[in-house]
Design a protein around this ligand. Structure first.
Ligand SMILES: Cc1cn([C@H]2C[C@H](O)[C@@H](COP(=O)(O)OP(=O)(O)OP(=O)(O)O)O2)c(=O)[nH]c1=O
Length: 191
């Protein structure tokens, strides 16, 4: 089976490489990522992963892997910040409290689609003005759900997590490996 990464995210590609998997092809999904009114975060993130996988072509010898990562704080769904102002708003919201990072993974073949959702709790220490301003200046908030990346400088803000580190980065590897194996792809075998 050929592994198709249905994601434009360089992080997801790197995480797959950690499993010894290199996609035969990368196909970038282009879907509307607007949450429905009142849609619970778990439903939203699972729907996004499914819709990304479903939006891409999938031949009989192909396995399409897509994912979606969403940060939730209280009832709010924090997507990728539109600009620096919104990134600042997100960082102040997360400062000194716990939030959830949910990543849903969808694996599709012509036989059907299977998915897993991983929910990780992340705690931020209280941030100072210097923390927030320095982080905004780094630009690392761009393209990241919740406006931060745990695998970069924001690691210094995070003393504790409960769940899956790779899930927070964008692809929970234990669950992904299990889904891929069920679809006929074992680490090290893709071309
Ligand atoms: C919370 C967090 C998110 N992120 C990233 C992972 C995802 O790339 C991004 C969330 O956006 P997503 O919409 O999940 O993915 P994407 O738009 O980057 O890529 P695609 O839809 O093509 O698959 O946030 C980190 O890299 N580190 C983190 O700590």
């Amino acid at each position: 089976m050929r592994l198709i990464l249905g994601s434009a995210s360089p992080r997801r590609r790197e995480l797959l490489a950690q499993l010894g998997l290199e996609p035969a092809e990368v196909r970038a999904p282009d879907i509307d990522e607007t949450p429905q009114r009142g849609e619970p975060a778990r439903d939203y993130v699972a729907r996004m992963a499914r819709e990304k996988a479903a939006a891409l072509p999938c031949a009989a010898d192909e396995v399409v892997l897509s994912a979606d990562t969403t940060v939730t704080c209280g009832r709010r769904i924090l997507g990728k910040p539109a600009d620096e102002k919104e990134a600042a708003e997100f960082l102040w919201l997360l400062s000194g409290r716990r939030h959830h990072v949910m990543t849903a993974v969808a694996v599709r073949t012509t036989a059907g689609l299977r998915e897993r959702l991983v929910d990780t709790v992340v705690r931020f220490r209280p941030l100072s003005n210097a923390d927030v301003n320095g982080y905004l200046a780094s630009g690392e908030w761009q393209g990241k759900a919740g406006g931060y990346a745990i695998q970069g400088r924001a690691g210094a803000f995070i003393p504790w997590i409960q769940g899956s580190f790779t899930g927070v980065v964008g692809l929970p590897l234990a669950e992904t490996a299990t889904l891929l194996q069920a679809a006929g792809i074992t680490a090290g075998e893709s071309a």
